[in-house]
Design a protein around this ligand. Sequence first.
Ligand SMILES: Nc1ncnc2c1ncn2[C@@H]1O[C@H](COP(=O)(O)OP(=O)(O)OP(=O)(O)O)[C@@H](O)[C@H]1O
Ligand SMILES: [Mg+2]
Length: 360
Amino acid sequence: MVKQVVTEQDVLVALGRVQEPELHKDLVTLHMIRDLKIEGPQVSFTVVLTTPACPLKSQIEREARQAVAALPGVEAVEVKLDANVPNDGRPRGLIDLPIRNAIAVASGKGGVGKSTVAVNIAVVLAQSGARVGLLDADIYGPNVPTMMGVLKLPAPVGNKLVPAMAYGVKVMSIGFLVKPGQPLIWRGPMLHSAIRQFLSDVDWGELDYLVVDLPPGTGDAALSLAQSLPLSGGVIVTMPQQVSLDDAIRGLEMFRQLDVPIFGVVENMSYLELPDGARMDIFGSGGGERLAAQAGVPFIGAIPIDPAVRTGGDSGEPVVVTQPESAAGRALAHIARDIAAKVSVAAVQQSNIIPINMIG
Ligand SMILES: Nc1ncnc2c1ncn2[C@@H]1O[C@H](COP(=O)(O)OP(=O)(O)OP(=O)(O)O)[C@@H](O)[C@H]1O
Ligand SMILES: [Mg+2]
């Protein structure tokens, strides 16, 4: 019997049948296959994902491996994973920053957990290997330095501020520039230029994601931000109870008016897990999901109440670092990966370009 020899063409046809589950196209069409090598019956290649935080990483890897392994003449398949986060294609010409995607975290109401969500998703994205910045745009009550456990900035270089580094995330906040407890009173134009300077006068370097923690409410900061830095999309944080939901609707409306795409709704402090495993709905239940359905936007996930989240915020050690396996830690990691996937889908659709260059 003649021994089967596998060709590059055979492998590409096989991989052309493997779908990227969120982009709904195959790996070859999306130019996600790189470094294809065939040595006799051994095939190796790299799958270049659109985010290192891809929630379906292992599924894609498994399906690619199986598709190639099933080819006659193949005895061994080595699949490597890499990632190249696509740029959302929105012109950032005014300030011209090499920031591929910017994600704003907002709510209509204060105290629902915006900063907590922003901090933890930034850390999860950085843990996955992405280049991440965290901009504390809450210029009235900056909490990010405390929550990230960093109190001051490194010395500026030239005429640029250098962000602080914590848990692999580049952090910038007005909190670094004022004395603790000093009231921050801004008039409109000052606020606008402060936010602008956070972008133009800071050496962010290249970023895959800039996560922006907005102040509560639907005021000028969001407007200034949206005008200064085209946002890939916004995330609305709410609590389950009606009054919080009413405010969240205002947050959603704000993004719509600013023409910022909405990635979805996160419900925080959804329930308390009791020692016997039962769930206590302190603030009601299901509100975030209902809100998302009514507004026609995705529901991204729910985070339980967990004292470790609060102590993590106060001590500057985010719960996704100290207790990644807790229910809240897992929920936040899942939310971060889901947002990363949504950013990729939006970026690929928006820019309408193929993420990376073909087989090397
Ligand atoms: N799931 C949770 N479990 C327990 N505590 C939480 C949870 N989420 C947030 N907290 C705590 O609730 C408080 C408010 O959260 P956070 O500061 O993130 O809200 P915020 O919406 O950013 O508030 P502000 O509107 O003042 O900026 C913090 O002390 C935080 O640690
Ligand atoms: Mg906050």
